[in-house]
Structures are given as structure tokens and as C-alpha cells.
Write a protein that binds this ligand. Structure first.
Ligand code: ZN
Length: 141
């Protein structure tokens, strides 16, 4: 089991004009990624201008929540009140293309592997309405 201690509320991330939609979307149980209103390019982490066409027209695009582990590390130290260690920190390549960094939970660390199919779930933060997207093996819910 383990990773990320999903029962605990996570600390609230630092919200900015660029990234607030991402954390607020997670608070509503939606994985949303910045999309370009002009050319459609998806981009993560969020930035002020589209990296493809430099348009400032940004839209929040809801993702399927499915992806695969592209790379990961297992954190054993230092102890942290929000995480039950060890915890997997992974780069997840979403089915739609963008990569997000998160934890992979509900899997023994020795079973973590590159290419593992995962799906998103959400945990609340200390601030109401803000959430954190986490991942677990696909079909394990
Ligand atoms: Zn664009």
C-alpha cells in the first residue's frame, strides 16, 4: 500500500495567476491542463504565453486522467508530516501528451516501474476548494 498518505490533507500549493486553475480544478476532481485558445497546444506547467505560437489566449482543458509513468524516484528521507515514506515521485506522461509531476500511490515501491499505466485521483489540501492530483495504478481503485 502506501505512498503519499492520501488520508492527510496536503499543504496548499502556492497559487499564482498562471497555475490557480490547475489546483482549483483538482479541488473539483478535474485534471485540467493549460491549452492554447489559438493553436490548441497543451502545455504544462502553465505559462503566460503559448510556447508554440506565443498567444496569451489560455484555456483550461480537461484531461482523461490516464497516463503512464515516464520516470520516477523513490523518496526515503527526510521524514515529512504529509507523506508516509517511502513515496514515489513520478513524471507521468498523460494520454493527451503533457507530463505532470506527482506521486504514484497505492503500489508497493518494489512494483513501481517505468511504463506503468496509471490514473489520477485527487486529495484535498488544507485550503477548501484546492486539491492535488495524485496517481495510482490504472484499474486499482
Ligand atoms: Zn498556441
Amino acid at each position: 500500500m502506501n505512498a503519499g498518505n492520501a488520508e492527510l490533507r496536503r499543504p496548499t500549493p502556492v497559487l499564482t495567476a498562471d497555475n490557480a486553475f490547475y489546483w482549483e480544478g483538482a479541488g473539483r476532481g478535474k485534471l485540467v491542463i493549460q491549452g492554447c485558445g489559438a493553436c490548441g497546444e497543451l502545455c504544462h506547467p502553465p505559462v503566460p504565453l503559448c510556447p508554440a505560437c506565443h498567444s496569451p489566449d489560455r484555456i483550461a482543458k480537461e484531461m482523461s486522467g490516464r497516463g503512464r509513468v515516464e520516470s520516477f524516484i523513490v523518496v526515503h528521507h527526510p521524514p515529512n508530516p504529509w507523506f508516509e515514506l517511502p513515496v514515489a515521485v513520478a513524471t507521468v506522461e498523460l494520454a493527451e501528451g503533457p507530463r505532470v509531476m506527482s506521486n504514484v500511490c497505492d503500489v508497493p515501491m518494489e512494483e513501481m516501474e517505468i511504463g506503468m499505466e496509471v490514473e489520477v485521483f485527487f486529495v484535498p489540501t488544507e485550503e477548501e476548494g484546492i486539491g492535488v492530483p495524485l496517481f495510482r495504478p490504472a484499474g486499482s481503485a
